[in-house]
Design a protein around this ligand. Structure first.
Ligand SMILES: [Zn+2]
Ligand SMILES: [Zn+2]
Length: 235
């Protein structure tokens, strides 16, 4: 007996059994853009290890970024449903597709020792009841058999709206928002770490967290995100 419940594909909405259908998986594999090895912004050439001008000018603290697709593409609606309606099944589909798109990178990448979620402040977590990054992190961890830990990074609550702050204020605020749990400092020394997030926008948050981890001795920091905005909007 087939116990799979029919559902609709998160990419094309066609009625079928998998969260993301074969056609959409194929489309994702074939439509991979050439991206900067460090920040995953689309660039003209994807010669191995090539980075964009922005990363050359101002090197981010993280080492590499892998994403599944661009924010604004055909998976945008799915990521919203996952994030705001907490539809965990969607995360399974996105993750399966992500792993299919990056088999080579995952094999050749330096082995990752820890997978960490981008934390949410306690206030926000209580408000939303769901950290989209943590749920993805658990799935990555399970599928790749790499340890995860949500107790390494802390995020304090910020009063006021980031949107209205100047670029300088925003960077300053971000630097003060994240911290490392003193009990877990020993876990990151000389380790290779993957940071998990659903959407990477400017990369400012990921860079601040990567810098923090490296200040405490992390050897390398890699961003594993689902969607990446195709342009760096001014942060
Ligand atoms: Zn589909
Ligand atoms: Zn770049």
């Amino acid at each position: 007996m087939n116990l799979l419940l029919p559902t609709s594909c998160i990419g094309c909405q066609e009625f079928q059994a998998a969260t993301i259908c074969q056609k959409c998986r194929k489309r994702l594999k074939e439509s991979q853009l050439k991206r900067c090895a460090q920040c995953a912004i689309p660039i003209a050439s994807n010669e191995k290890g090539l980075v964009c001008l922005d990363c050359l000018r101002k090197k981010p603290s993280y080492d590499t970024t892998l994403c599944l697709d661009s924010y604004g593409g055909f998976l945008t609606e799915a990521i919203h449903l996952y994030k705001y309606q907490h539809q965990i099944a969607i995360a399974h589909g996105l993750l399966d597709a992500w792993l299919e798109v990056h088999p080579r990178e995952l094999r050749s990448n330096q082995a990752v020792d820890w997978i960490l979620p981008i934390p949410m402040s306690q206030q926000k977590l209580h408000q939303r009841g769901f950290n989209q990054s943590w749920e993805l992190c658990k799935l990555f961890s399970k599928k790749l058999k790499i340890k995860n830990n949500w107790k390494v990074l802390n995020r304090s609550h910020l009063d006021g709206d980031q949107v209205f702050a100047s670029k300088q204020e925003r960077v300053q605020r971000l630097n003060n928002v994240f911290s490392i749990n003193p009990k877990n400092i020993g876990l990151i020394k000389n380790k290779n770490i993957a940071l998990i997030d659903d959407v990477m926008t400017t990369g400012a948050t990921l860079s601040v967290v990567a810098k923090l981890l490296k200040d405490f001795g992390a050897q390398s920091v890699h961003n594993w995100v689902i969607l990446r905005t195709p342009n760096k909007s001014p942060c």
